[in-house]
Structure formats: structure tokens, C-alpha cells
Ligand binder design. Structure first.
Ligand code: PD2
Ligand code: ZN
Length: 277
């Protein structure tokens, strides 16, 4: 049999019909293989067809704060968090009072001795690399590393209604005057060769929570250039945004504007589709 089987529109249509008729992916795969498709091609056809279908329907489920009835406050876990600002598209929510001053200070002091020039995920390989677009210093905590981190992670999970296990470890970043984080997307670019390796652990990123631990005097806002929004980096506050597909049409391009005076400290929580172990 030829090893060059191509995925035709008819095949995609048939796969969709099977899914809509309620057949499980394993059963559909089995019948494709039985009718002569190579297993690799069958898996690729199913993944691309069903993924495309999901996106056409508006993407995967994402973390969602309970703000449909426009509450001023959300009582989550051990704290009353303030809802300060909401944008529907892109989905952006600004929270106040997420962290106390003592919690901000404790996170900074725990992170300080472990800071190193920030690395970003290397899209070519799935490893890590130095990146000129990000001139801050940073470090990662392990999930649940200390009692303080456990408490904050439980609060975040309740705030955005997303399993704690789907979160990456908290990252702390320190920006001095002149440093910035140029606009980027937090999801992993599906077209980069390193992405499949990255996605094996927990799937895509679907939301980000940037918490402000230390406020600069000038500059350092979190910007969303597509919608010309800038969130002020106020200590104890946080900006949440979600993206249900790895695509620029989510308008979740965002950056950390250059700090002009003073120092900025943040902690970022990235949330994945699935358990991140
Ligand atoms: O420091 C920020 O405001 C910022 C901006 C963009 C942080 C991140 N991205 C991030 O941690 O992903
Ligand atoms: Zn980011």
C-alpha cells in the first residue's frame, strides 16, 4: 500500500460525522485503520480535523472568573478579591486586593536570592533560552513549594475556577528602570517545531494571571496593543486574561512596558488545559 496517503476533505467530513454521531475517537481510529489508512495518517487526520472543528466552535474551555452578574467582590478561599475592570474581547479582568502587602513582600523576599536573567521557552527545541525581548530577572517556584505559595495557588484556583493542578509553578520577575517585556503571546505557537514537545506536559496555556508585587513609580504597565489597553501595575492587584485557541485573533498580544522609574515586581501564573506535572 502507498505510504503517501493524503487527508481529503471527504475524510475530514467523515471524521466529523462520526464524532457528531457520538463515536469515541478510539472507535473511529479503529475503523479507519481497518479500511486501510495507516495509523499515523489516521491519527493526524483526526487531530487536525477535530482541533479545527473545536476552534470553529470557539475554542477549548478556559478558566473563567464568576463575574457574569457583575459582582464588585468575589469571596474566594480566604480573601475578598475586588473586580475592578472587565473587557469581553479580549477577555481581560483586572482584580484588586488579590494579595496583601505582606504576601507581596514575602514572595519578593523568597524570590530575590534565586533570581537569574529570565529565560523563555525556546520555540525551536522546547528547551530554554535567553531572550532580548525580556530583560527582567526571574525565577520559578515549584507548585506548592511553601505554605504561602499553596495559599496563593488555592486562591487563584478558586478565583478563576480552574484546577490547581493545571497551573504552572509561579514565576517571579523583577524589572529595573529601562527593562521591559516586549509584546508577545503566552500560548505556544503551533507552527514552531518545539511546540509538540512542550504540549506533552499539560497541553496549551489557556490563561495568564499577572500579579503585581512591587509597583514602580513610572512605567511598567501591562499593555494589550491590539486594543490599546494598559493596566497599571498596582501592588496587590492582578490582571487576568484567557485565550481559547493559540491564535492572534484572540487579541491577547500583551507586553510589560518599560519601567521608567522605580522597580517593578510581578508573579505570573500560567494555566494549562490539563494537569501540569
Ligand atoms: O510584567 C508584565 O506586565 C508582563 C507582561 C507580559 C508579564 C508577562 N507578559 C508574562 O509574565 O507573561
Ligand atoms: Zn506574557
Amino acid at each position: 500500500m502507498s505510504t503517501h496517503q493524503t487527508i481529503t476533505p471527504e475524510l475530514r467530513q467523515w471524521i466529523l460525522e462520526q464524532a457528531q454521531a457520538g463515536y469515541q475517537p478510539e472507535a473511529v481510529l479503529k475503523s479507519m485503520v481497518a479500511s486501510g489508512w495507516s495509523e499515523d495518517v489516521a491519527i493526524a487526520a483526526m487531530e487536525s480535523t477535530l482541533q479545527g472543528h473545536l476552534q470553529a466552535q470557539g475554542g477549548v474551555p478556559v478558566p473563567t472568573p464568576a463575574i457574569d452578574d457583575s459582582p464588585l467582590y468575589l469571596d474566594v478561599a480566604d480573601r475578598r478579591v475586588h473586580v475592578l475592570q472587565v473587557m469581553a474581547q479580549p477577555r481581560v479582568v483586572v482584580f484588586g486586593n488579590l494579595l496583601s502587602d505582606d504576601e507581596c513582600d514575602a514572595l519578593i523576599e523568597a524570590a530575590r536570592p534565586r533570581l537569574a536573567r529570565s529565560l523563555t521557552v525556546a520555540v525551536k527545541t522546547g528547551g530554554e533560552e535567553l531572550n532580548d525581548d525580556r530583560t527582567s530577572n526571574g525565577m520559578f517556584f515549584q507548585r506548592g513549594e511553601t505554605e504561602l505559595i499553596q495559599r496563593i495557588e488555592a486562591r487563584i484556583a478558586a478565583l478563576v475556577n480552574w484546577p490547581l493542578e493545571n497551573g504552572e509553578g509561579l514565576q517571579v520577575l523583577h524589572y529595573r528602570p529601562g527593562t521591559e517585556y516586549k509584546p508577545h503571546y503566552d500560548y505556544f505557537d503551533p507552527n514552531e517545531p518545539g511546540t509538540p514537545t512542550i504540549l506533552k506536559r499539560g497541553g496549551q496555556r489557556v490563561a495568564t494571571l499577572v500579579m503585581y508585587l512591587g509597583e514602580p513609580e513610572k512605567g511598567g504597565g501591562t499593555t494589550f496593543p491590539d486594543v490599546k489597553l494598559e493596566v497599571a501595575p498596582k501592588r496587590g492587584n492582578a490582571v487576568f486574561f484567557s485565550y481559547n485557541r493559540a491564535d492572534p485573533s484572540t487579541q491577547t498580544l500583551h507586553g510589560g512596558a518599560p519601567v521608567i522609574a522605580g522597580e517593578k515586581w510581578i508573579a505570573t501564573k500560567w494555566l494549562r488545559e490539563r494537569r501540569f506535572e
